[in-house]
Design a binder for this molecule. Structure first.
Ligand code: XMP
Length: 317
């Protein structure tokens, strides 16, 4: 019978035998899958697991530091890499969603390849691939697609020539969560909403600037913290704020304002393939709207997205 404990025990034993004294490099994303994969590998090979966590400047507010802290707390051998300006430079002036994804994917590969080269004699690439990824239900927009499109251009980056170790590739998402819980991983990491690899870049319509990212981070943090304190965060499948680069007129004191719009998105879903918009309580929406408009400079209007998927998508880009 499958239990998290029996899975953990046999997986660690198998990893020990397979990897011996070899070194493994693994990219952490802050998400559930890569975190659980990393902790299993850590149990098997300890410091020979070299984790890399890249700050692409497109994460939620304070996310980089808090996730890095909790990984360090778990004892992982992890290196944080501040690559914000490399990503912002690559994104400058790009408005097309797919071009943004490509630019982010390319820079990620470059940064990761640089870091992987710093680990001498590394033999393996660890990945948090889960069973649904294996059977190719993978979103065409996912990171693997970005990596594939990169192949055709300039040949394989060196880290992709490594042997691959994927300790979760027989598990479904709920099993990964149960394994994570049994491993004692921070519930904040296990319970977090899905977050796209390209991050806030695809929640800023049009071109991305550090200033827009900062505004969106503030608004998004207010939104998510309110969902938590109202007790609905865990009932929502995914939520986030979107920065709309349109200006509308408002009034503040005696002054006329002409500023940008924040859209709130919250959906219920099983797998992201279809989704319904969440009927969040009006008093909660009212509080979020007030908090954002009163506290985030550059925003004078908040709207709520009442579109379901299909025909809309969850993300706006
Ligand atoms: P859509 O917008 O297609 O999103 O309804 C479905 C789910 O996929 C996530 N998503 C992405 N995840 N890279 C990712 O890693 C991407 O480029 C990407 N685009 C969308 C989205 O957040 C939602 O959970």
């Amino acid at each position: 019978d499958w239990t998290p404990d029996s899975f953990i025990e046999s997986t660690i034993a198998n990893l020990k035998e397979k990897l011996g004294d070899d070194k493994v490099v693994l990219g952490l994303s802050g998400g559930v899958d890569s975190s659980v994969a990393a902790v299993l590998l850590h149990h098997a090979i300890g410091k020979n697991l070299h984790c890399i966590f890249v700050d692409n400047g497109l994460l939620r507010k304070d996310e980089y530091q808090s996730v890095l802290d909790s990984y360090q707390h778990m004892g992982l051998n992890i290196k944080g890499v501040d690559a914000k300006s490399r990503f912002y430079d690559a994104l400058a002036g790009i408005s097309d969603p797919e071009k943004k994804r490509k630019a982010i994917g390319r820079v990620f590969i470059e940064v990761f390849d640089d870091e992987a080269h710093q680990v001498t004699d590394v033999k393996w690439l660890g990945q948090g691939t889960i069973y649904p990824d294996v059977i190719e239900s993978v979103s065409v927009k996912g990171p693997s697609a970005t990596i594939k499109s990169h192949h055709n251009v300039g040949g394989l980056p060196d880290f992709m020539k490594l042997k691959v170790v994927e300790p979760l590739n027989t598990l479904f998402k709920d099993e990964v969560r149960r394994v994570g819980k049994a491993l004692g991983i921070d519930p904040n990491i296990l319970g977090r909403h899905p977050f796209p690899g390209p991050g806030l870049a695809i929640r800023i319509l049009g071109d991305v600037t550090p200033e827009k990212v900062q505004i969106l981070q503030e608004a998004d943090a207010i939104y998510i913290n309110n969902l938590r304190s109202y007790g609905v965060y865990d009932k929502v499948w995914q939520a986030g704020a979107i920065f709309l680069p349109v200006q509308s007129v408002g009034v503040m004191g005696d002054e006329r304002t002409y500023e940008n719009v924040i859209c709130l998105r919250a959906v219920e879903s099983l797998d992201g393939m279809t989704a319904d918009w969440c009927h969040l309580p009006y008093d909660l929406l009212a509080k979020i709207s007030n908090d954002i408009i009163n506290n985030v400079k550059g925003i004078n209007r908040v709207v709520y997205d009442i579109s379901s998927k299909p025909p809309a998508t969850i993300e706006w880009e």
